[in-house]
Design a protein around this ligand. Sequence first.
Ligand code: CU
Length: 445
Amino acid sequence: MISRRNLLTGAAFVLPGAAALLGARNATGDTPKDPHAGHNSGADAPAHQHDSATVASAPRDATGLGYTPVRTLNGSTLPWKMEGGVKVFRLVAEEIEHEWAPGMTGPCWGYNGQSPGPTIEAVEGDRVRIYVTNKLPEHTTIHWHGVILPSGMDGVGGLSQPQIKPGETYIYEFTLKQHGTQMYHPHADEMVQLAAGMMGLFIIHPKEPTTPPPDRDYAFITHMWAVHPGTRRSDPSVMLDFNIFSFNSKVFPAIETLVARLGERVRIRIANLSMDEHPIHLHGYSFKQTATDGGPIPASAQWPMTTVNVPVGATHDIAFIADNPGDWAMHCHKSHHTMGPMGHGVPNMLGVNQKEVEARIRKLVPGFMAMGETGMAEHGEHLAMGHMRGPENTLPMMTGNGPYGPVEMGGMFTMLKVRAEQKSGDYADPGWYKAPEGTMARRVE
Ligand SMILES: [Cu+2]
């Protein structure tokens, strides 16, 4: 397995200008032995994990790249090297050991040791060459989703090229004629390979930006998995009834927190390769959708919103000024998509008196606890605190602790933390927000 560390330190590939930055991020914020863990964050993550995870995507003038590098939540950018004016990238399709969140791991398929694969970043006008090596047990291809390119480079197995057999390496090479948020994924045995986690972001920065560049440029892909309770491998045959809902293949509380300094320009690129649409809602802000994967939306055609619905097979970019300090939830608004596996398929006991049956079952199953009579919150709390465990390798229905108790979320949930004192280019989690006197809900007697 090729980890990001190997790629970065193995001397084969150097990312000009940003190598030192990425290296620093790798050496500090991440766990080097676990490349897919990325820079973990979330409500349960201890603050010390973030102390020095500071320099991944410094402001554009500090990188020498001419653009603000994308911050792929829990992920990384694919290093490249220049060969005769061509940006050369390498992707290895392979099985990986993935952790959705602490307490749940399993074999997935991804690229370069990660799911999603590392983000490809380039600039409009670049000539790119991408070597794709197949280390999977079956054939694959890569389709460059939304990229305008010659038909023979489109990566549809059988249609635009022969399949890449196990052990083979193919070269894709084309010139980038557009800018925007695109994706990559297999176009071979798609049902299996997408379900197993094979996807990535392909982000093309504009050659000559016509709008002010963002100070923070975040990106993630939404996905859904069916890992049946007690099992470890995503079931590709499931079409509707998923139980794991992820941003960049991570679930709350393992999804990295987004941070911004008060007043910064923030862009969030949201991609969707799952089997359902995701209405992504950000608290505390009105934002605008500035682009689709088809290109930028003219300012006259953008309207304000608080939820952006991202359809399957598409990307939507949103942008706003981070002018409202605080800890703000950001999540899919389908409430089943902010839950863990243990909440699915349980009988509806709301309003059902279970006292008698609970006592009877306890004689057979000591410690049995009837569930759902007054709602699930109580049990979510127990689960969050580890009092009640599901089957092995199975996350609770709701989890995560905030400063005031259990957050009762899971799946597609993370936070945007906006602080006046956050340093520009610093992605460290600033801890919990302290609401100024008189600005917090309170109990009345
Ligand atoms: Cu959703």
